[in-house]
Design a protein around this ligand. Structure first.
Ligand SMILES: NC(=O)c1ccc[n+]([C@@H]2O[C@H](COP(=O)([O-])OP(=O)(O)OC[C@H]3O[C@@H](n4cnc5c(N)ncnc54)[C@H](OP(=O)(O)O)[C@@H]3O)[C@@H](O)[C@H]2O)c1
Length: 341
């Protein structure tokens, strides 16, 4: 077993109380926990970047879902990238860069079979939490496989300045969309969509009803709607979709902090006459596409055709601020927490 000097304790975030509505800093506790040396088949990783993602809000509720809820008084988990600092696992050496699922902490001891080695030469490590990781595959599979995107489609994406949305719009552009339209929550984000990511048009959903702004942006209707938001966005898109239009139901962030049941889209019956297809997606169903996604996306990054932004928050102690900030739109591109420089 190769080893390198490590401290004996590390900081970890635990869920202290289940949020009611918007999460509050007091719902979380930063604790100092002993660092466990790896047992046979295990590695000890010093995390460099932690991911905060909208789905984590759902895991803070005590409800049955596709991922189990976080437990009160237990360290939370999530995507992270870091370097192996001790290894008792064949094939893993001290210094290897790995992607794994024990985030929300400085040090992680885990079975090596749950870690994936990543190439720090190919891309900055944090990219494996975003454009080359889960959000990237979500955008790629959600557009190409779930929405069955075709060249010449007009595509509307909400949450368009975020990790998934910014990639959906650019993938659509790169794959030959007729028109790409995005919505986001500030004038600055709207400008970035058009000037930075090459969207044909964009609007701030806070300026006027989505239905009106979408109708103005797409007078001939839309063929694909990639939904990250739900609510009024979904209703507006159903109204704007052309016959045989397709919707990828990826997220509904507008309602993650709701304390009462949201109103459904009131115009769902339109889906009948227009023969619309609305399909939910979970990224983990699309791992077969990973090779193709990585090859194509890495190529676009290299050629400069794809722009990728991150909002970086420094320090493990600021992870909760980064998470709450993400829910409120503090990020452009992927929100990540950097632990080491
Ligand atoms: N199904 C899957 O497998 C899967 C996988 C990954 C992600 N997702 C979903 O995809 C969506 C995007 O995830 P992400 O990681 O890329 O996050 P993100 O878009 O980078 O960050 C969340 C963004 O949501 C926007 N937002 C917050 N409240 C809103 C509201 N009431 N109305 C409209 N926009 C609002 C904010 O931007 P503004 O400033 O524009 O408001 C914020 O920046 C989320 O719904 C997430 O749950 C699903």
């Amino acid at each position: 077993m190769a080893e390198q000097a490590t401290p004996t304790t590390g900081r970890e975030w635990q869920l202290a109380a289940r949020p009611n509505g918007w999460p509050q800093p007091t719902d979380f506790a930063l604790v100092e926990a002993p660092i466990r040396q790896p047992g046979p088949g295990q590695i000890l990783v010093r995390n460099d970047y932690l991911s905060v993602d909208p789905y984590m809000r759902g895991r803070m509720n005590d409800v049955k879902s596709y991922v189990p809820p976080f437990q009160l008084g237990q360290t939370m988990d999530g995507g992270a990238v870091g370097h192996v600092v001790a290894s008792a696992a064949e094939g893993f050496e001290v210094g290897d860069a790995v992607l794994h699922g024990l985030g929300w902490r400085e040090y992680a001891t885990l079975d090596a079979k749950h870690a994936v080695k990543v190439d720090a030469e190919l891309a900055p490590l944090s990219y494996y939490l975003g454009v080359l990781g889960m959000p990237g595959l979500t955008a790629y599979a959600g557009l190409l496989e779930v929405a069955d995107f075709k060249e010449g489609d007009t595509v509307f994406v909400s949450g368009a300045a975020g990790a998934v949305g910014s990639l959906v719009g650019q993938f659509a552009r790169l794959k030959g969309a007729k028109q790409v339209i995005g919505s986001a929550g500030s004038a600055q984000k709207v400008a970035t969509l058009v000037d930075g990511y090459g969207f044909d048009s964009a609007f701030n959903y806070k300026d006027a009803p989505v239905r009106e702004q979408l109708a103005a942006a797409a007078p001939d209707g839309i063929d694909v709607y990639f939904d990250n938001v739900g609510g009024d966005h979904l209703e507006a898109a159903i109204g704007a979709l052309n016959v045989h239009g397709r919707v990828t139901l990826c997220g509904a962030i507008a309602q993650y902090n709701d304390t009462a049941a949201p109103a459904g889209p009131r115009n769902l019956a339109l889906a009948i006459g227009k023969r619309l297809r609305l399909q939910g997606m979970l990224v983990n169903d699309h791992t077969a596409l990973k090779g193709q996604f990585l090859a194509e996306t890495a190529g676009w990054l290299k050629s400069g055709e794809l722009r990728y932004d991150e909002t970086v928050v420094d320090g493990v102690e600021n992870t909760v601020d980064a998470f709450i900030g993400l829910l409120g739109g503090a990020n452009t591109g992927k929100m990540v927490v950097r632990l080491t420089r």
